[in-house]
Design a protein around this ligand. Structure first.
Ligand code: ZN
Length: 489
């Protein structure tokens, strides 16, 4: 039974005289559509609207200028699979349990974000371009259509059943080349029908999840974006095999590092153009005003900030600080920036609230909608929890607006902390001491552990044993994803 009345149930309610709905009066406004755009591996400090020096994001900046921008939005994990699972479930990683590609799959009993919209009678569709979004991990729950746009060998050469048991080069290819066009083409095909239905006389809204992968390494944007931000470079480095090529490391000359960063920026500018295309698609059918558009990411990436590269390695801000922009003219106050810290698990409750869907039973995030609607001026900022489990150790961080505690289960010192007010780049780890404010931070960390345990007690059983083929694990490991668990598990 849908949570909100569909056209058919409204007609039935009118026929039998149920409720106070005015059947003969003016039609209620159509329900809003939702377009949730996840730009994989996007650092907010490389976007114009977050203060970046380069013009990487004119389309995103324009949307942010009439929407809401969250300055300190923190993800649950520094890599794709658990972060997107938190995006869809609104619980921390250790509660949804999908913390590794090995033997993990989201329990079906979780009501995911797309499932909520599907139950409410929305058309739902997802378009993904990275291997960890594969439905084998349970992330296809709630999508009428969940379309694989991963860059592999041409689809016609593959037996669909064997797509994920191909040899390593296929999975490796998923990090090469470009996929934005493929994702956009699939969106466009879907939107032609779903958008027409949403714009028609019947109340048939849609929820679309658009996952854009090209900003993720490798950093090989197509022309002119490959030379846009560093046209004079003549050195030996390219963005190909950024993560797996050992010659690309923090020891290379600064000039070469800057070139690689300019390629990352080129990928952002290339991807930004597709955000503009989606906007114009919505405008073309008169749906821009009545669509909640979210632009966010799953995690950032290290560009030698702490002497390394890539992600799934640490919990420093270059990996866990992500953008969040919400555009919805019908009820979101436009052109505002929110300095309060927010976190990944807040997104689901916020979207349900903005659209008028009821909350789900198992959620640990908090709706930002009262803030967005201007109903409250401030929001108590709760600490953000981020976790990383499968690098052969266990990392967990608690971040407030002014400090971060990192607990490394395998490090001798265990817990360290950073004063983000004086050390925003997290270069000076401090030991916990009884006499300074780190003691309060540690107290909050202990409370957060209790909060997670309470979440674990409320969660459904599982996750069920994954049916992810071992070939996926081997291929991902061959690309440099060093899982800490035995692949036979
Ligand atoms: Zn990712």
């Amino acid at each position: 039974m849908p949570n909100l009345p569909t056209t058919k149930t409204v007609a039935l309610m009118c026929a039998v005289g149920v409720g106070a709905m005015s059947c003969g009066g003016p039609k209620p406004p159509p329900r809003p559509n939702v377009v949730l755009i996840s730009i994989d591996t996007l650092r907010p400090d490389h976007l114009g609207c977050y203060g970046y020096r380069r013009n990487t994001s004119p389309e995103i900046d324009e949307i942010a200028s009439s929407g809401a921008l969250f300055e300190q939005h923190i993800t649950s994990a520094p890599w794709t699979l658990p972060a997107h699972t938190a995006m869809f479930t609104s619980v921390p990683d250790s509660v949804h349990g999908v913390t590794s590609p090995i033997g993990k799959r989201l329990a079906e009993e979780f009501e995911t974000l797309p499932e909520s919209f599907q139950k409410a009678g929305y058309s739902t569709a997802g378009f993904f371009a990275g291997p960890y979004l594969h439905p084998a991990f349970g992330l296809g729950q709630g999508f009428d259509q969940y379309i694989d746009c991963v860059n592999t060998v041409p689809d016609e050469a593959l037996d669909a059943d064997n797509q994920w048991s191909m040899a390593d080069p296929v999975l490796r290819a998923s990090h090469h080349g470009i996929t934005n066009e493929k994702v956009y083409d699939q969106w466009k095909t879907y939107f032609e029908k779903a958008g027409a239905n949403a714009a028609g006389q019947d109340d048939e809204p849609f929820f679309a999840f658009v996952h854009l992968w090209d900003v993720h390494f490798d950093f090989e944007p197509p022309p002119p974006f490959d030379t846009m931000f560093d046209p004079d470079y003549t050195g030996p480095y390219t963005g190909r095999d950024f993560f797996t090529d050992p010659r690309i490391n923090a020891g290379i000359p600064e000039r070469d590092k800057q070139h690689i960063i300019s390629l990352y920026d080129g990928e952002i500018r290339w991807t930004d153009g597709f955000i503009g295309k989606i906007r114009r698609d919505l405008e073309s059918k008169g749906l821009w005003e009545n669509t909640v558009v979210v632009i966010t990411s799953d995690h950032g990436t290290e560009l030698f900030d702490h002497g390394a590269k890539g992600h799934r390695t640490t919990l420093f801000d270059e990996l866990i600080h992500i953008p969040l922009i919400v555009h919805f003219p019908r009820s979101v106050v436009g052109g505002k920036s929110y300095p309060q810290q927010t976190q990944m698990i807040d997104l689901g409750p916020t979207l349900r609230d903005l659209v008028g869907l009821p909350p789900v039973a198992i959620t640990m995030g908090e709706s930002l909608a009262p803030l967005l609607r201007g109903e409250v001026r401030t929001r108590a900022s709760s600490p953000a929890i981020s976790e990383l489990y499968d690098v052969g150790r266990e990392l967990r961080s608690l971040r407030t607006e002014s400090a971060k505690l990192i607990h490394d289960s395998t490090a001798a010192q265990g817990k360290t902390w950073f004063d983000l007010t004086t050390d925003p780049d997290e270069k000076n780890p401090r030991n916990l001491r009884a006499i300074d404010r780190s003691r309060e931070l540690d107290k909050q960390y202990v409370e957060a552990q209790t909060w997670i345990l309470q979440g674990l007690q409320r969660r459904p059983a599982g996750p069920a044993s994954a049916d992810v083929p071992s070939e996926i694990h081997r291929s991902l490991q061959s690309m440099g994803y060093t899982g800490g668990e035995d692949e036979d598990q």
